[in-house]
Design a protein around this ligand. Structure first.
Ligand code: MD3
Ligand code: FE
Length: 216
């Protein structure tokens, strides 16, 4: 089949370099989507999604929670990683094995053999929600990559360079896509444009993004 029709049916490359050090693994999370979503439900029962406040006093449109030893938090006093969920006073839920395995497999494909994330930030987008252009620089050792996993509705991801004013490229991220951000791309400005309306068969009117980080 593939030989007869390969001129008619374009074969999607399974890995694609988005930027210097950034590797897109299309559909890499599809094999564990059900497990990932079941784990996400468990996590969210212990640590509900919430809209954090930025140091400037704005409420983020994207709702967040975390799992793993450390979680990213923002409030009027700044951004930081904390072992405790400020909303419950409890530690963040454990990082599920299926989360860790997916992150480590993806990192290994990009050449990071010993990636041991200690934080997983979970972002939940509803239609119209966006994440403005920013750098991820709250982690102590940016020589470790960040692994991102997209689930649910598709999003337009934009990324530029090391300066906020660098020109940006746009990419569509779909359910199941995994990206490993290492090397120079680790500190590139990036964001998500306002989510388009839609309905995903497993997640409904929502997009979930997991980011695995070595924060400490
Ligand atoms: C490039 N999340 O949580 S994932 C974030 O889809 C974040 O929710 C977006 O930016 C989301 O900080 C984008 C892709 C991503 C994540 C982290 C990066 C790209 C990155 C760190 C450095 C460079
Ligand atoms: Fe980011």
């Amino acid at each position: 089949m593939q030989d007869l029709f390969s001129d008619l049916i374009p074969v999607l490359p399974e890995r694609e370099t988005l930027a210097d050090g950034a590797l897109l693994l299309r559909g890499q999370a599809l094999g564990s989507e059900k497990e990932l979503i079941a784990s996400l439900t468990e996590i969210t029962m212990q640590a509900p999604f919430r809209h954090m406040t930025t140091p400037g006093g704005f409420t983020m449109s994207v709702a967040m929670n975390n799992c793993g030893p450390l979680g990213w938090v923002s409030d009027r006093s700044g951004y930081r990683y904390s072992p405790v969920d400020p909303q419950t006073g409890n530690n963040w839920p454990e990082m599920p094995d299926c989360f860790l395995q997916l992150a480590q497999n993806a990192a290994a494909k990009a050449g990071y053999k010993n990636f041991v994330p200690d934080a997983c930030l979970i972002n939940r987008y509803e239609p119209k929600n966006k994440l403005s252009l920013h750098q991820d620089k709250d982690e102590k050792s940016p020589e470790h990559p960040i692994v991102s996993v997209s689930l649910g509705l598709p999003a337009t991801f934009q990324f530029g360079g090391l300066k906020r004013t660098d020109p940006v490229l746009k990419y569509a991220l779909h359910h199941g896509d995994v990206v490993v951000w290492g090397g120079p791309s680790r500190l590139y400005y990036h964001g998500i444009t306002p989510l388009k309306e839609g309905e995903h068969p497993l997640l409904g009117r929502c997009r979930i993004n997991l980011t695995f980080r070595k924060a400490a």
